[in-house]
Design a protein around this ligand. Structure first.
Ligand code: NDP
Length: 283
Protein backbone atom coordinates (compact mmCIF):
# COMPACT_ATOMS: atom_id res chain seq x y z
CA UNK A 1 0.00 0.00 0.00
CA UNK A 2 1.31 3.43 -0.86
CA UNK A 3 0.89 6.72 0.97
CA UNK A 4 -0.48 9.55 -1.10
CA UNK A 5 1.50 12.77 -0.69
CA UNK A 6 -1.42 15.11 -0.34
CA UNK A 7 -0.33 18.51 -1.64
CA UNK A 8 -3.75 20.03 -1.20
CA UNK A 9 -3.83 19.31 2.55
CA UNK A 10 -0.15 20.08 3.19
CA UNK A 11 -0.38 23.36 1.30
CA UNK A 12 -3.40 24.33 3.41
CA UNK A 13 -1.46 23.58 6.56
CA UNK A 14 1.48 25.71 5.40
CA UNK A 15 -0.84 28.55 4.40
CA UNK A 16 -2.52 28.39 7.83
CA UNK A 17 0.88 28.71 9.49
CA UNK A 18 1.74 31.68 7.27
CA UNK A 19 -1.66 33.28 7.98
CA UNK A 20 -1.08 33.00 11.70
CA UNK A 21 2.38 34.56 11.41
CA UNK A 22 0.99 37.38 9.25
CA UNK A 23 -1.82 37.94 11.77
CA UNK A 24 0.69 38.36 14.59
CA UNK A 25 2.71 40.81 12.48
CA UNK A 26 -0.43 42.89 11.96
CA UNK A 27 -1.37 42.58 15.66
CA UNK A 28 2.00 44.01 16.57
CA UNK A 29 1.10 47.16 14.62
CA UNK A 30 3.30 46.54 11.59
CA UNK A 31 2.18 46.48 7.98
CA UNK A 32 1.38 43.19 6.19
CA UNK A 33 3.82 41.56 3.80
CA UNK A 34 2.93 42.42 0.21
CA UNK A 35 3.33 40.81 -3.17
CA UNK A 36 3.25 42.51 -6.58
CA UNK A 37 2.07 40.17 -9.32
CA UNK A 38 2.84 41.22 -12.88
CA UNK A 39 0.80 39.59 -15.64
CA UNK A 40 1.57 40.54 -19.23
CA UNK A 41 -0.86 39.62 -21.99
CA UNK A 42 -3.73 37.18 -22.25
CA UNK A 43 -2.16 33.73 -21.89
CA UNK A 44 -4.99 31.62 -20.44
CA UNK A 45 -2.77 29.34 -18.31
CA UNK A 46 -0.92 32.38 -16.91
CA UNK A 47 -4.23 34.01 -15.97
CA UNK A 48 -5.24 30.88 -14.02
CA UNK A 49 -1.86 30.70 -12.24
CA UNK A 50 -2.08 34.38 -11.31
CA UNK A 51 -5.66 33.99 -10.08
CA UNK A 52 -4.60 31.10 -7.83
CA UNK A 53 -1.63 33.05 -6.49
CA UNK A 54 -3.82 36.07 -5.68
CA UNK A 55 -6.31 33.72 -3.97
CA UNK A 56 -3.48 32.39 -1.80
CA UNK A 57 -2.44 35.90 -0.77
CA UNK A 58 -6.00 36.52 0.39
CA UNK A 59 -6.00 33.27 2.38
CA UNK A 60 -2.77 34.19 4.14
CA UNK A 61 -3.33 37.90 4.77
CA UNK A 62 -0.57 38.95 2.37
CA UNK A 63 -1.48 42.10 0.45
CA UNK A 64 -1.38 41.65 -3.30
CA UNK A 65 -1.06 44.28 -6.01
CA UNK A 66 -1.91 42.99 -9.46
CA UNK A 67 -0.35 44.67 -12.50
CA UNK A 68 -2.19 43.55 -15.65
CA UNK A 69 -0.24 44.81 -18.62
CA UNK A 70 -1.14 44.57 -22.31
CA UNK A 71 0.45 42.00 -24.64
CA UNK A 72 1.79 44.92 -26.70
CA UNK A 73 3.81 46.45 -23.85
CA UNK A 74 7.39 47.29 -24.80
CA UNK A 75 10.39 45.92 -22.97
CA UNK A 76 11.26 49.44 -21.87
CA UNK A 77 7.82 49.93 -20.29
CA UNK A 78 8.05 46.63 -18.43
CA UNK A 79 11.54 47.54 -17.24
CA UNK A 80 10.12 50.78 -15.86
CA UNK A 81 7.39 48.85 -14.02
CA UNK A 82 9.95 46.51 -12.43
CA UNK A 83 12.18 49.45 -11.43
CA UNK A 84 9.17 51.15 -9.85
CA UNK A 85 8.35 47.99 -7.86
CA UNK A 86 11.99 47.52 -6.87
CA UNK A 87 11.97 51.03 -5.41
CA UNK A 88 8.62 50.79 -3.65
CA UNK A 89 9.50 50.15 -0.04
CA UNK A 90 6.11 48.60 0.69
CA UNK A 91 6.50 45.87 -1.95
CA UNK A 92 8.21 42.80 -0.47
CA UNK A 93 7.85 40.35 -3.33
CA UNK A 94 7.77 40.76 -7.10
CA UNK A 95 6.43 37.98 -9.24
CA UNK A 96 6.54 38.28 -13.02
CA UNK A 97 4.37 35.57 -14.49
CA UNK A 98 6.16 33.75 -17.31
CA UNK A 99 6.11 33.38 -20.28
CA UNK A 100 6.45 36.97 -21.47
CA UNK A 101 5.55 38.12 -25.00
CA UNK A 102 8.34 37.61 -27.52
CA UNK A 103 9.35 41.28 -27.81
CA UNK A 104 10.53 41.09 -24.18
CA UNK A 105 13.65 39.32 -22.96
CA UNK A 106 12.71 37.19 -19.94
CA UNK A 107 16.34 37.05 -18.94
CA UNK A 108 16.61 40.83 -18.89
CA UNK A 109 13.44 41.22 -16.82
CA UNK A 110 14.35 38.52 -14.28
CA UNK A 111 17.85 39.98 -13.91
CA UNK A 112 16.30 43.29 -13.05
CA UNK A 113 14.17 42.10 -10.11
CA UNK A 114 15.76 43.14 -6.82
CA UNK A 115 17.15 39.88 -5.37
CA UNK A 116 15.64 40.61 -1.95
CA UNK A 117 12.18 40.77 -3.60
CA UNK A 118 12.74 37.80 -5.92
CA UNK A 119 10.06 35.48 -4.49
CA UNK A 120 10.38 33.08 -7.44
CA UNK A 121 14.06 32.61 -6.64
CA UNK A 122 15.03 33.03 -10.29
CA UNK A 123 17.56 35.89 -10.22
CA UNK A 124 21.23 35.06 -10.82
CA UNK A 125 22.12 36.30 -7.34
CA UNK A 126 19.67 34.03 -5.54
CA UNK A 127 20.51 31.15 -7.87
CA UNK A 128 24.24 31.52 -7.24
CA UNK A 129 23.81 31.82 -3.49
CA UNK A 130 21.55 28.76 -3.47
CA UNK A 131 24.03 26.56 -5.37
CA UNK A 132 26.89 27.43 -3.04
CA UNK A 133 24.76 26.81 0.04
CA UNK A 134 24.18 30.40 1.18
CA UNK A 135 20.94 31.80 2.46
CA UNK A 136 18.66 32.74 -0.47
CA UNK A 137 15.12 32.87 -1.80
CA UNK A 138 14.71 29.51 -3.52
CA UNK A 139 12.46 28.40 -6.41
CA UNK A 140 8.99 27.49 -5.18
CA UNK A 141 8.28 24.17 -6.89
CA UNK A 142 11.38 22.33 -5.61
CA UNK A 143 10.96 23.92 -2.16
CA UNK A 144 7.39 22.58 -2.13
CA UNK A 145 8.64 19.10 -3.01
CA UNK A 146 11.09 19.20 -0.10
CA UNK A 147 8.17 19.96 2.25
CA UNK A 148 6.69 16.55 1.37
CA UNK A 149 9.88 14.82 2.50
CA UNK A 150 9.81 16.77 5.76
CA UNK A 151 6.11 16.34 6.52
CA UNK A 152 5.99 12.61 5.74
CA UNK A 153 9.40 11.86 7.34
CA UNK A 154 10.82 10.40 4.15
CA UNK A 155 14.50 9.60 4.43
CA UNK A 156 16.71 11.18 1.76
CA UNK A 157 20.24 10.67 3.07
CA UNK A 158 22.11 7.90 1.31
CA UNK A 159 19.28 7.23 -1.14
CA UNK A 160 19.68 7.16 -4.89
CA UNK A 161 17.55 9.84 -6.50
CA UNK A 162 16.82 10.51 -10.13
CA UNK A 163 15.53 13.81 -11.45
CA UNK A 164 13.99 13.78 -14.91
CA UNK A 165 14.31 17.24 -16.45
CA UNK A 166 17.01 19.89 -16.10
CA UNK A 167 15.11 23.17 -16.20
CA UNK A 168 16.25 26.06 -14.04
CA UNK A 169 12.88 26.22 -12.30
CA UNK A 170 12.45 22.56 -11.36
CA UNK A 171 15.01 19.96 -12.48
CA UNK A 172 18.30 21.61 -11.49
CA UNK A 173 17.13 23.13 -8.19
CA UNK A 174 15.38 19.97 -6.93
CA UNK A 175 18.51 17.98 -7.81
CA UNK A 176 20.57 20.42 -5.73
CA UNK A 177 18.15 20.28 -2.80
CA UNK A 178 18.25 16.47 -2.76
CA UNK A 179 22.04 16.63 -2.99
CA UNK A 180 22.15 19.02 -0.02
CA UNK A 181 20.21 16.38 1.92
CA UNK A 182 22.84 13.78 1.00
CA UNK A 183 21.04 11.81 -1.71
CA UNK A 184 23.12 10.53 -4.62
CA UNK A 185 21.51 12.33 -7.51
CA UNK A 186 21.35 11.57 -11.23
CA UNK A 187 19.91 14.24 -13.52
CA UNK A 188 18.34 13.00 -16.76
CA UNK A 189 17.17 14.85 -19.85
CA UNK A 190 16.06 14.27 -23.42
CA UNK A 191 19.50 12.98 -24.47
CA UNK A 192 19.86 10.52 -21.58
CA UNK A 193 20.40 6.93 -22.59
CA UNK A 194 18.99 3.98 -20.65
CA UNK A 195 16.53 6.23 -18.85
CA UNK A 196 14.29 3.37 -17.78
CA UNK A 197 17.23 1.52 -16.21
CA UNK A 198 18.34 4.61 -14.27
CA UNK A 199 14.81 5.19 -12.98
CA UNK A 200 14.45 1.53 -12.05
CA UNK A 201 17.55 1.75 -9.85
CA UNK A 202 16.35 4.82 -7.96
CA UNK A 203 14.82 5.07 -4.50
CA UNK A 204 13.50 8.56 -5.22
CA UNK A 205 12.10 9.62 -8.60
CA UNK A 206 11.24 13.24 -9.37
CA UNK A 207 9.80 13.76 -12.82
CA UNK A 208 9.55 17.20 -14.44
CA UNK A 209 9.54 16.56 -18.17
CA UNK A 210 6.00 17.42 -19.25
CA UNK A 211 5.10 14.16 -21.00
CA UNK A 212 1.72 12.63 -20.21
CA UNK A 213 1.94 9.31 -18.30
CA UNK A 214 5.44 8.68 -19.66
CA UNK A 215 6.77 6.74 -16.66
CA UNK A 216 5.32 3.26 -16.53
CA UNK A 217 4.93 0.65 -13.83
CA UNK A 218 7.88 -1.47 -14.99
CA UNK A 219 10.23 1.56 -14.65
CA UNK A 220 9.74 1.80 -10.91
CA UNK A 221 11.68 0.06 -8.14
CA UNK A 222 9.41 -1.47 -5.51
CA UNK A 223 9.00 0.93 -2.60
CA UNK A 224 10.24 3.99 -4.49
CA UNK A 225 9.16 7.52 -3.62
CA UNK A 226 7.68 9.14 -6.72
CA UNK A 227 7.18 12.89 -7.11
CA UNK A 228 5.33 13.91 -10.23
CA UNK A 229 5.76 17.55 -11.22
CA UNK A 230 4.36 17.24 -14.75
CA UNK A 231 1.17 18.98 -15.79
CA UNK A 232 -0.12 17.43 -18.99
CA UNK A 233 -3.30 16.44 -20.77
CA UNK A 234 -3.69 12.89 -22.02
CA UNK A 235 -5.55 11.85 -25.15
CA UNK A 236 -8.82 11.78 -23.21
CA UNK A 237 -8.09 15.45 -22.32
CA UNK A 238 -7.67 14.61 -18.63
CA UNK A 239 -5.14 16.46 -16.52
CA UNK A 240 -2.36 13.96 -15.75
CA UNK A 241 1.26 13.97 -14.65
CA UNK A 242 4.40 12.46 -16.16
CA UNK A 243 3.71 9.25 -14.28
CA UNK A 244 1.15 6.61 -15.20
CA UNK A 245 -0.32 6.95 -11.71
CA UNK A 246 -2.97 4.20 -11.94
CA UNK A 247 -0.41 1.50 -12.66
CA UNK A 248 2.60 2.93 -10.85
CA UNK A 249 1.10 3.84 -7.46
CA UNK A 250 0.97 0.30 -6.04
CA UNK A 251 4.72 -0.11 -6.51
CA UNK A 252 5.53 3.02 -4.53
CA UNK A 253 5.93 3.73 -0.84
CA UNK A 254 4.91 7.36 -1.42
CA UNK A 255 3.56 9.09 -4.52
CA UNK A 256 2.12 12.51 -5.40
CA UNK A 257 -1.15 12.71 -7.33
CA UNK A 258 -1.77 15.07 -10.26
CA UNK A 259 -3.65 17.30 -9.62
CA UNK A 260 -3.47 18.10 -5.87
CA UNK A 261 0.16 17.10 -5.50
CA UNK A 262 3.08 19.38 -6.31
CA UNK A 263 0.94 22.17 -7.87
CA UNK A 264 -0.65 23.55 -4.65
CA UNK A 265 2.70 23.27 -2.85
CA UNK A 266 4.29 25.63 -5.38
CA UNK A 267 1.79 28.34 -4.49
CA UNK A 268 2.14 27.77 -0.73
CA UNK A 269 5.92 28.16 -1.05
CA UNK A 270 5.45 31.39 -2.98
CA UNK A 271 3.55 32.73 0.04
CA UNK A 272 6.32 31.47 2.31
CA UNK A 273 8.97 33.22 0.19
CA UNK A 274 6.93 36.39 0.35
CA UNK A 275 6.85 36.24 4.15
CA UNK A 276 10.59 35.46 4.22
CA UNK A 277 11.33 38.41 1.91
CA UNK A 278 9.25 40.66 4.18
CA UNK A 279 11.08 39.46 7.28
CA UNK A 280 14.49 39.92 5.65
CA UNK A 281 13.59 43.41 4.44
CA UNK A 282 12.05 44.65 7.67
CA UNK A 283 14.36 43.12 10.26
P1 NDP B 1 11.01 22.37 -19.42
O1 NDP B 1 10.29 22.18 -20.72
O2 NDP B 1 11.74 23.62 -19.16
O3 NDP B 1 12.01 21.15 -19.21
C1 NDP B 1 11.66 19.84 -19.52
C2 NDP B 1 12.84 18.96 -19.28
O4 NDP B 1 12.47 17.63 -19.55
C3 NDP B 1 14.06 19.28 -20.14
O5 NDP B 1 15.23 19.25 -19.37
C4 NDP B 1 14.05 18.15 -21.18
O6 NDP B 1 15.34 17.77 -21.61
C5 NDP B 1 13.45 17.03 -20.36
N1 NDP B 1 12.81 16.03 -21.22
C6 NDP B 1 11.91 16.24 -22.19
N2 NDP B 1 11.56 15.08 -22.76
C7 NDP B 1 12.26 14.12 -22.14
C8 NDP B 1 12.35 12.72 -22.28
N3 NDP B 1 11.63 12.05 -23.19
N4 NDP B 1 13.16 12.04 -21.45
C9 NDP B 1 13.91 12.69 -20.53
N5 NDP B 1 13.87 14.02 -20.34
C10 NDP B 1 13.06 14.71 -21.15
O7 NDP B 1 9.89 22.10 -18.32
P2 NDP B 1 9.71 22.61 -16.81
O8 NDP B 1 10.79 22.12 -15.94
O9 NDP B 1 9.34 24.03 -16.83
O10 NDP B 1 8.36 21.80 -16.46
C11 NDP B 1 8.31 20.40 -16.54
C12 NDP B 1 6.88 19.94 -16.28
O11 NDP B 1 6.52 20.35 -14.97
C13 NDP B 1 5.83 20.56 -17.19
O12 NDP B 1 4.77 19.63 -17.37
C14 NDP B 1 5.32 21.74 -16.40
O13 NDP B 1 4.00 22.10 -16.77
C15 NDP B 1 5.37 21.17 -15.01
N6 NDP B 1 5.51 22.18 -13.95
C16 NDP B 1 4.69 22.04 -12.87
C17 NDP B 1 4.79 22.91 -11.82
C18 NDP B 1 3.90 22.70 -10.66
O14 NDP B 1 3.82 23.59 -9.83
N7 NDP B 1 3.25 21.55 -10.53
C19 NDP B 1 5.74 24.03 -11.83
C20 NDP B 1 6.62 24.04 -12.98
C21 NDP B 1 6.49 23.14 -14.00
P3 NDP B 1 16.32 18.77 -22.45
O15 NDP B 1 16.89 19.70 -21.44
O16 NDP B 1 17.34 17.84 -23.02
O17 NDP B 1 15.45 19.43 -23.46
Amino acid sequence: MYTLLNGKELSKKIKREIASEVASIIDSGKRSPSLAVVLVGEDEASKIYVRNKIKATKATGIISHEYKLPESITEKELIETIRFLNNDDEVDGILVQLPLPKQISEEKIINLIAPEKDVDGFTPKNTGRFYIGLNSLKPCTPSGIMEFFKEYNIKIEGKSAVVLGRSNIVGKPIANMLLEKNATVTICHSKTQNLKKIVKNSDIVVSAIGKAEFIKEDWIKKGAVVIDVGINYNEAKQLVGDVDFKNVADKCSFITPVPKGVGPMTIAMLMKNCLTAYKMRTK
